[in-house]
Every structure is written in structure tokens, then in C-alpha cells.
Design a protein around this ligand. Structure first.
Ligand SMILES: [Zn+2]
Length: 249
């Protein structure tokens, strides 16, 4: 029985000397893997039909007992061409796809829309805005139910000028005054100022047209990197660091 699936190419790995396995995040938010037999041969029907960050349609043979399917034909819909010439944008897209590949849970169309939208924003000849990456990470954590609590857990009034301690294990924010009353000394945490938290909140609301200081963005990305690395296993986190260094200098 032949079936069709539309989605974004997350990963391509060799299967044999001439065949490849392509992992797709489908429109319905499921991760699917396809074996493309003989894809590396010069006259292969798959040649040029898929690549990283493409949106494609895969026609495949469905078998309920299989976790990987044999692809029969592939049609590219959106090639996102600027990724072939804009290496910074391409590096950023690689991190987004690696993150989705590490976390994706079944049946999350919202995750597909978030990835498609973020890749479309990055697919441009201009210098990529690092806010796209930060917003993507926050929104992804939100979809996974892992979003940190950016409200003060002690109930004090928030002040954008004040320093706060962010706890990485439970994602809670405490003011300096109440921090002294906490007795757990071994929890990983970091100090951030209120402006960083305000930036995070704006990005969660989906606001892309925000102005931010490099310093606040750098601190927010550090917070997110530590949080993501603590809560999600098996990530190529070093790739993220290189990507951010490339964008923020
Ligand atoms: Zn407090």
C-alpha cells in the first residue's frame, strides 16, 4: 500500500554505500524515517529531490510492522535556497533540526509549524537574527511542557533592573532576598537581571520585532543553553555554541 507524507528533512544519514535514511518531521508532527535505496547512484530517481531543510512529499510503502519505510518517490516543494549560500543561517537551521530530532514527540503539528516558520524566517540572504533561535527554543520548550517559570516564585514584585537567581533544575526564578532562605546549595543556578527575563517573555509571546541589547540576548541564550542541556539528553550542544558565537560574535 502506497502512502504520502509531507514534511521537513531533519536528518540524512548513510544506510549502505549507496542508500540513505532520511528523517522527516511530518506536517502532523511525527518523526518518520525513510530508506531511499540507491539514492547515491548517478541515475537515481531520488537525486536532487531532497536535501537538508527542504519541505518534501515522500511517497512510500506503508507496513504497520515497520518503523522505517521504503521511499518510492520524493517531490521537493520548498527548497529554501538561501541555506545553500548563507552559512550562518544554515548553521542555525542545523541546530533547530538537531533539537527537533532529539525531542520530537508524536502528533505535534504545532512543532511542525514552529519549525517551518522559523526556517522560513532564516531562509534569507541577510544576516540571521539570533532572536529567531531564542524564540524557537522558548516556544519548543513551551510545546514540550518544559518552559521555565519566568514569574517570581516567591511572589515579590518584578523589577526589570534587579538581579534574580534562576534555578536550572526546576526552572524557577527567585529574588535575592528570598534566595537566602533556600537551603539547597548544590542545585545548578545562575544570576540574571530582570531585562533578560523580560526579553524571554516577549519572545514567548511571539514578538519578533523586538529590540534587544546584545548583552541581554547573550545572557538569555546562556540560560536557555544550560536549561536545555540539563533537561534534554543526546544533543549536539557544541554545535549550538558555535552557531551563537557566529551570530553574536
Ligand atoms: Zn522574593
Amino acid at each position: 500500500m502506497l502512502e504520502k507524507a509531507n514534511g521537513i528533512v531533519l536528518r540524512i544519514i548513510p544506510f549502505t554505500n549507496t542508500s540513505q535514511v532520511v528523517t522527516l518531521l511530518s506536517e502532523s508532527g511525527n518523526k518518520m524515517s525513510f530508506i531511499c535505496k540507491e539514492a547515491c547512484r548517478p541515475k537515481s530517481v531520488f537525486r536532487g529531490q531532497y536535501d537538508f531543510f527542504y519541505t518534501c512529499e515522500f511517497v512510500y510503502q506503508y507496513k504497520p510492522t515497520r518503523s522505517m519505510f521504503f521511499a518510492k518517490e520524493v517531490y521537493p516543494y520548498d527548497l529554501r535556497p538561501y541555506f545553500r549560500s548563507n552559512w550562518r543561517a544554515s548553521h542555525c537551521a542545523s541546530w533547530l533540526c538537531a533539537l527537533v530530532n532529539a525531542v520530537s514527540i508524536g502528533g505535534t503539528p504545532g512543532l511542525y509549524r514552529l519549525l517551518a516558520e522559523s526556517l522560513d524566517l532564516l531562509n534569507s540572504p541577510s544576516y540571521p537574527d539570533v532572536a529567531i533561535l531564542a524564540r524557537f527554543e522558548l516556544k519548543l520548550l513551551q510545546q514540550l511542557g518544559l518552559l521555565p517559570n519566568f514569574e517570581l516564585s516567591c511572589g515579590c514584585e518584578f523589577n526589570s533592573e534587579a538581579p534574580y537567581r534562576f534555578h536550572i533544575a526546576d526552572g524557577n526564578l527567585m529574588c535575592e532576598m528570598h534566595e537566602f532562605k533556600k537551603t539547597s546549595f548544590h542545585e545548578p543556578s545562575l544570576i540574571v537581571n530582570g531585562a533578560v527575563i523580560e526579553l524571554a517573555k516577549q519572545l514567548i509571546e511571539g514578538n519578533m520585532s523586538i529590540s534587544y541589547t546584545k548583552d541581554s540576548m547573550r545572557k538569555l541564550l546562556r540560560l536557555l543553553g544550560l536549561f536545555i542541556n540539563y533537561h534534554i539528553d543526546g544533543l549536539p550542544i557544541a554545535g549550538r555554541d558555535t552557531c551563537i558565537t557566529g551570530l553574536l560574535g
